[in-house]
Design a protein around this ligand. Structure first.
Ligand code: GLY
Length: 366
């Protein structure tokens, strides 16, 4: 088994660890035993992920004396709803969870956000253990404490900041990850290099092929660097008053693309990748970044393969969704724009023609 790496994340109330280790799932029961004085737990997963790792997790939990009930939800964004949360509250009550009994989220971002929301609210909070199984959730949503469900008028509108007590990242789970999801996760990995960690960016320029080949050691190291980067950002600004907004790089146009296509065409990371390239173009046009740096960023991102927009999508449809975005200040859109490799700022952009131009460039495949 490869040597594990631990990243500590400090929150307002306590510190928690993200353990990144090939085979980490095997230590789930023991790691929880060391943290929680309880024997009951609720395992939340989706039907796909549970089919792959469910039995093994239940076995290692039982070995340490955990009595676990399992709640399965359908895989996909539609499960992030108050209805499904209601089902999980029923299961939590049936399991007899008390305030020391953890909810375990085994799966990708949907399961993590949903189970996290239920953990944050059931009994006004029970411990949350994140066991993310997609690259995107391993490098982003499992760390930092954002939990939410969707509302009919938008994604993640009902939620909270509720840090997990433990994050267990097993890079071996990525061996079953579809390539499209790997690329979507790598988009968020590159994000950290651009906004926060210039030396990681340079490493990614050399290691992207190995990452695209799912080389286990390279992936584990990239996950560690990403989690460290995210930890640095959320430790400075856990509740997203200012600095944490940098994590929204690529998300202004990315979210608008997802919304304009009914959340059914793009994976989140695919839309964010297109949004990051558009944001670099805005930064270049506003002379906030040098042409050389913009070229390095764009060419690294393009090596992932940018998903083309659906042919019928128009710039007007995307701009319309932008104007409904949470990240708006008055009439201006808030963008995160890079100012160099490993540096970025968040600021309002009022040049609507420029925004429309970069959206149109992406839609036309430029
Ligand atoms: N995914 C962005 C954040 O955690 O703030």
């Amino acid at each position: 088994m490869a040597k594990g790496r631990t990243v500590e994340i400090k929150t307002a109330g306590f510190a928690y660890r993200a353990l990144i280790e090939a085979g980490a799932l095997q230590s789930l029961g023991r790691s929880m035993r060391l943290l929680f004085p309880s024997t009951e737990a609720l395992l939340v997963s989706d039907d796909n992920v549970f089919g792959l790792y469910g039995d093994m997790c239940l076995r290692v939990l039982a070995r340490e004396g955990w009595q676990v009930k399992t709640a399965l939800v359908r895989s996909g964004e539609q499960s992030k709803s108050l209805d499904v949360a209601g089902y999980l509250y029923d299961m939590a009550a049936e399991t007899g969870l008390d305030r020391n009994s953890p909810i375990i989220a085994l799966g990708g971002g949907v399961v993590g956000d949903l189970a996290g929301f239920v953990a944050a609210t059931y009994l006004r909070g029970v411990p949350l253990v994140m066991v993310p199984t997609t690259l995107l959730s391993q490098v982003d949503s499992s760390v930092g404490g954002k939990v939410a469900v969707n509302h009919s008028s938008g994604k993640n509108l009902i939620g909270s900041f509720y840090p997990p007590r433990l994050v267990l990242i097993d890079p071996q789970t990525l061996s079953t990850l579809p390539r499209r999801q790997l690329i979507a996760g790598l988009a968020e990995v590159i994000k950290y290099g651009i906004i926060e960690d210039g030396s990681f960016f340079s490493r990614l320029e050399n290691e992207l092929e190995a990452l695209l080949q799912s080389d286990p050691a390279t992936l584990a190291a990239a996950i560690e660097s990403s989690v460290c980067s995210k930890a640095r950002v959320v430790e400075k600004d856990e509740f997203e008053k200012d600095h944490r907004r940098l994590l929204n790089f690529g998300h202004t146009i990315g979210h608008a693309l997802e919304a304009a296509t009914g959340y059914s065409y793009y994976l989140h990371g695919e839309a964010v990748l297109a949004g990051m390239i558009a944001a670099v173009r805005i930064a270049l046009a506003l002379e906030m970044v040098t042409a050389d740096d913009a070229e390095r960023m764009t060419s690294l991102m393009e090596r992932l393969g940018v998903k083309p927009a659906p042919p019928a999508l128009t710039a007007e449809q995307v701009i319309d969704k932008l104007s409904h975005d949470k990240k708006r200040r008055g009439q201006d859109q808030i963008f995160v724009l890079p100012t160099g490799i490993g540096k970025a700022v968040s600021l309002p952009v009022n040049d609507k023609r420029l925004i429309k131009r970069v959206v149109a460039e992406y839609l036309s495949g430029k």
